[in-house]
Design a protein around this ligand. Structure first.
Ligand SMILES: *Cc1c(COP(=O)(O)O)cnc(C)c1O
Length: 220
């Protein structure tokens, strides 16, 4: 099947409240343009340089999502245009995003990445770290970032019950976050979980944003 056919098939299967991020990392611009011409406007990349190059060359009505691990010293290369940063996992990174957003005279939407997997390799905050970021004076004084939700990645396994347990855990943290008083920099509404292999399960568990790459663009 073509990229366009894959995309249309996935889109028609998603509930109306679930947003699709087309994960285009490593893929060439003609592949992204095929998705664009099928109507896709949200693309996810995991390397800042690659995302910036694609942003320069592609139509300007695309929303670029940074889904990968972000190094503090590279935030400046995307601060002018990034639409949502999924993988924010420290107060220090949030401070740098706030600073670079201020330089660009804008507010940058962020998701806090929560560690839910049993693998050592995954990034993210645990629940206590999440609480302490939100309670910190540094966070409360930030004017140029907005936390719009959470992101998480399940363990890479075939064990569906394990994945369900991890997604359900993240959903429960999200539900708690949503009950906090909204402020100018805390407006949680997005729960980013689910990739090609587990997005249907993620949606069952309450995901509102899925990040799908290989099911659209083929293997990498
Ligand atoms: C690559 C990647 C995806 C998409 O993975 P697929 O299995 O190709 O759908 C989703 N989320 C993150 C954080 C990724 O790095």
């Amino acid at each position: 099947m073509s990229i366009a056919q894959n995309l249309l098939k996935i889109k028609s299967s998603l509930p109306a409240n679930v947003t699709l991020v087309a994960v285009s990392k490593t893929k060439p611009i003609p592949d992204l343009m095929e998705a664009y011409n099928t109507g896709q406007r949200i693309f996810g990349e995991n390397k800042i340089r690659e995302m910036a190059e694609k942003w320069e060359q592609m139509p300007k009505d695309i929303q670029w999502h940074m889904i990968g691990h972000v190094q503090t010293n590279k935030v400046k290369f995307m601060a002018a245009f990034v639409s949502l940063i999924h993988g924010v996992d420290s107060l220090k990174l949030l401070e740098e995003i706030d600073k670079q957003a201020q330089k660009n005279n804008r507010i940058i939407d962020c998701l806090l990445q929560i560690y839910i997997a049993e693998e050592e390799s995954k990034f993210g905050l645990d629940e206590n770290e999440l609480d302490s970021v939100l309670a910190s004076a540094a966070f409360q004084e930030m004017k140029n970032i907005r936390i719009v939700g959470l992101m998480g990645m399940a363990t890479f396994t075939d064990n569906q019950e394990q994945i369900r347990k991890e997604f359900t855990h993240l959903k429960s943290i999200f539900d708690k976050l949503v009950t906090l008083p909204k402020t100018q920099n805390l407006e949680p509404k997005t729960l980013s979980m689910g990739m090609s292999g587990d997005y249907q399960l993620a949606i069952e568990c309450g995901s509102t944003m899925v990040r799908i790459g290989s099911r659209i663009f083929g293997g990498r």
